[in-house]
Design a protein around this ligand. Structure first.
Ligand code: FES
Length: 303
């Protein structure tokens, strides 16, 4: 008889003919979130198939639709839609109220965060050049007002290019591209980077009027695997992006200060852009905390 081993409970249950994983857990008293009652809509019954994926039924249209919308890989299954023909081991992914709050169908990034996944993404870092100097002599009101005007444009442009602002850090920020289409991640990030540079130049006369100093930004972009997950206490949970790709993107952005470039991309990022780029300098640099030398490309525009 088919069976399922539930983690983190470590409970072994026999599955009856035609029974879904959710039905099996409900029959045997394994606690299993199921906000929509098994209609294949809420996704809270999601499980990670750790073993025996070959014994699971293939996804039908309803589950496929949810999986596509939330970016679930093949091993994340809806227990209410999955039937098994052999032994499987699954991990329940929504185990408490906190997980339930994170399992939001309408926000794919949050759905991903509740699981903890690795994705290939383009990571864009940017900050305002010499913001401390620029803000000297400004009233606190003007400092916050100027930053908010800038970040409003940032959010608008990042969204327009299909990205997500992931983190604000004082006068800098990080944005991620490629949740829906990893192939286009770098091209989208670079187009966004060019628009961000132009937006800062548009806002610069306003900064000059306030402080006498121009508003300039630097943008650095790298592409690679990023670990995504919900981090922080319940009141401050956010989607965190972690890993070497993030560190590298930050280092690339730092090089814009040293080189005076507005937009720099790593060689990995450049290789992934099929369309023509108007390139400036090719830099061979050492990056803090990274072994060897690295090639970075200055992007001046689209060819
Ligand atoms: S219980 Fe809602 S999708 Fe399975």
């Amino acid at each position: 008889m088919p069976s399922v081993n539930y983690l983190p409970d470590d409970v072994e249950v026999e599955v009856q003919d035609g029974e879904s994983l959710l039905a099996a857990s409900r029959r045997t008293g394994v606690p299993h979130a199921q906000v929509c009652g098994g209609a294949g809509q809420c996704s809270t019954c999601r499980v990670l198939v750790e073993d025996g994926l070959e014994h699971c039924s293939t996804r039908e249209a309803r589950e496929e639709k949810v999986a596509k919308r939330l970016g679930f890989g093949p091993t994340i299954r809806l227990a209410c839609q999955t039937r098994v023909t052999g032994a499987v081991r699954v991990r329940r992914l929504v185990v408490d109220e906190r997980d339930k709050a994170l399992a939001n169908l309408l926000q794919p990034e949050r759905a991903i965060a509740s699981i903890g996944v690795q994705r290939d993404l383009a990571v864009l870092f940017s900050d305002i050049r010499d913001f401390t100097t620029l803000s000297e002599g400004l009233t606190p009101y003007d400092v916050i007002h100027l930053l908010n005007r800038f970040f409003e444009r940032v959010e608008e442009l990042v969204a327009r290019h299909g990205g997500t602002v992931n983190n604000l850090m004082g006068d800098g920020f990080m944005a991620l591209f490629g949740f829906k289409d990893s192939q286009q991640a770098c091209a989208r990030a670079v187009r966004c980077g060019l628009d961000l540079v132009a937006a800062a130049e548009d806002l610069s006369p306003y900064a000059v009027r306030l402080s006498g100093k121009a508003l300039r930004i630097g943008v650095g972009i790298h592409y690679g695997p990023v670990v995504l997950g919900a981090l922080g206490p319940r009141s401050h949970t956010r989607l965190a992006a972690i890993g070497d790709t993030v560190n590298m993107a930050s280092r690339v952005e730092s090089q814009t200060k040293a080189s005076g470039a507005k937009l720099l991309v790593s060689a990995t990022c450049r290789e992934r852009i099929a369309e023509g780029l108007a390139l400036g300098r090719e830099l061979r640099v050492e990056l803090k905390g990274k072994a060897g030398t690295h090639t970075l490309y200055e992007v001046l525009g689209l060819a």
